[in-house]
Design a binder for this molecule. Structure first.
Ligand SMILES: [Zn+2]
Length: 179
């Protein structure tokens, strides 16, 4: 009898909350990265979790490169989408440990990067927290697939990228630095 009484409020609430958490996850996961807008923050592995914590919705994000100016924009976008959809009490937290790695970019994220002319970072190249340096592995051209490529500039359009040129098809392209 005790158990039955204890379960009554339990059964009446969680289904709704679980659905709300799932819906919130879908909304947050679809937020585009401010610098590479054809990939989402979920594709990039920035979105760690959307969960209920003590009855409050909690969104946990891990920012990419430490100096990436996009972090504040992403946090603002997450807050906005939550408020706009009735989750005004939700909390957004940044988890800095473990540090984000380009290894967290999903296969679909890598496909989208390549489709938009950005060579994704090689996998399994986690170098630890710190400045991304010139990768030692050859970077494949996202246009023709050739590994015959050369660095044009270590300073790409954003701190996360550097510019390459393909020596086969002659097209310049951006490469996302491995981290
Ligand atoms: Zn090429």
């Amino acid at each position: 009898m005790k158990i039955l009484r204890a379960t009554a409020p339990y059964v009446s609430r969680p289904p709704l909350q679980a659905a709300r958490v799932l819906a919130a996850h879908g909304l947050v996961a679809a937020i585009p990265d401010p610098e590479i807008p054809w990939v989402t923050i979920e594709d990039l592995g920035i979105l760690r979790s959307v969960e209920l914590s003590g009855g409050t919705l909690k969104v946990i994000l891990t920012p990419t490169y430490g100096n990436c100016p996009a972090t504040a924009k992403i946090v603002a976008a997450v807050r906005q989408v939550l408020v706009d959809n009735g989750y005004s009490e939700a909390r957004v937290e940044l988890a800095l440990v473990p540090a984000w790695s380009t290894d967290w970019i999903s296969p679909s994220g890598r496909r989208k990067l390549r489709a938009h002319g950005i060579a994704p970072p090689a996998e399994g190249c986690r170098t630890g927290r710190g400045r991304a340096t010139r990768p030692s592995a050859p970077v494949g051209c996202p246009h023709c697939g050739s590994l015959h490529t050369t660095v044009l500039s270590a300073d790409g359009p954003t701190p996360c990228r550097m510019t390459y040129r393909c020596l086969e098809c002659r097209e310049p392209f951006d490469h996302m630095k491995p981290l």
